[in-house]
Write a new protein. Structure first.
Length: 90
């Protein structure tokens, strides 16, 4: 996986995680303040492997830094938020 692919996938996950914690504040409260959050998807083996390597690197290089490793099954399909769309002209 290229650095660009890794970065892009993690950016998408960061946005989705931010949305999740905004709508589930009780989950967010479990994460220690100042933690480095690393997202570990079950459904994307290459990204999972790279992010677990990142976890090990953080533990090795910054042993006193709080670390929150969040594992999840994957992402749900994107859904439209449009309500009752109607085609007025084609």
């Amino acid at each position: 996986m290229s650095e660009t692919e890794l970065r892009n996938k993690n950016l998408v996950l960061a946005v989705e995680f931010s949305r999740y914690v905004l709508t589930h504040p009780s989950f967010a409260r479990k994460i220690p303040k100042g933690s480095q959050v690393v997202l570990v998807p079950k459904g994307d083996s290459p990204l999972r492997r790279e992010n677990l390597r990142l976890v090990e690197r953080i533990r090795r290089e910054e042993p006193n830094r709080p670390l929150a490793v969040v594992q999840f099954d994957g992402l749900a399909p994107l859904q439209s938020r449009l309500k009752n769309p109607r085609l007025l002209a084609a």
